[in-house]
Design a protein around this ligand. Structure first.
Ligand code: HPA
Length: 270
């Protein structure tokens, strides 16, 4: 991908959907939030030049943009994962396009396994930091200076000010949320119990297969980034049963009502 690819795609999207100030990536089981957008317009990923096409069940694969509480918001219904075989420049392509569309705030959501044993399935966890267990990084390769520096600082990758907004929003709504460190694994296998013990020992609270590439690329481009996980299951080895995608989706759906209220409150207050 070169800079001109991002510019061309941004132009295409701007003509059809307009610009935006907030972008929200809806993860597994959290689809449907886009229905709250006013004056919504949408584009299927398959119509957008340079966009990959998402292959996971429960990810519908479209961009929807409109107004939410007076703000111009664009949402990704379905994201791209490294385990689907996409290079990370494809996985993160939309994030850089959002930057060119004017987006200043990037809100990333996902489903994750709980590593912290006090985070029961159904817990909403605000990501306050991450650990990259994949050995990959979306910024490997020639740096595109138009987006950001060669060696970006990650000490405030999940924006501290916005995290306070999330916590205050949850408090106002009396929704209990937790905070923690999200550990990125490649997938598509769920982690082994030994990997989960390792993640815990090193300070992780949740494990998952997404989000970190988008955090890195968003922060690199100077956006304010926040991430919110729905803990859908105890990570491997922490409970008796096996982990399966249907359970992940089911718990995601169960939490959705609170999640939607929380997201609304966040969008109002950023
Ligand atoms: N591991 C990785 N990704 C996940 C999990 C998990 O346990 N649950 C939901 N997404």
């Amino acid at each position: 991908m070169i800079y001109a690819d991002y510019v061309n795609t941004a132009k295409f999207i701007e003509e059809k959907l307009g610009r935006a100030e907030v972008a929200i990536v809806l993860g597994s089981g959290l689809g449907g939030y886009e229905e709250g957008l006013e004056n919504a317009k949408s584009l299927a990923y398959s119509e957008i030049p340079n966009f990959p096409v998402s292959t996971v069940k429960g990810h519908s694969g479209k961009l929807v943009s409109g107004e939410l509480f007076g703000k111009r918001v664009i949402m990704m219904c379905g994201r791209f994962h490294a385990y689907e075989g996409y290079e990370l420049d494809k996985v993160t392509f939309p994030v850089r396009v959002f930057k060119l569309l004017g987006v200043q705030t990037l809100i990333l959501t996902n489903a994750a396994g709980g590593v912290n044993t006090s985070y029961n399935p159904g817990t909403i966890m605000l990501i306050n930091d991450y650990i990259n267990f994949t050995g990959k990084n979306p910024l490997i390769g020639a740096n595109i200076e138009e987006f950001g520096p060669r060696f970006p600082d990650m000490s405030n990758a999940l924006d501290a000010e916005l995290r306070e907004v999330v916590k205050a929003s949850a408090k106002r709504l009396k929704i209990d949320i937790q905070e923690g460190v999200y550990c990125w694994f490649n997938g598509p296998t769920y982690e082994t119990p030994a990997e989960v013990r390792l993640a815990r020992m090193l300070g992780g609270d949740a494990v998952g297969m997404s989000t970190v590439p988008e955090i890195i690329v968003g922060k690199h481009a100077g956006m304010k980034v926040i991430g919110i996980s729905t803990i859908t299951n105890f990570a491997a080895g922490l409970s008796k049963g096996e982990i399966n995608h249907e359970e992940v989706m089911e718990v995601g759906r169960r939490v959705k009502a609170d999640f939607v209220r929380l997201m609304d409150e966040i969008v109002k207050n950023i």
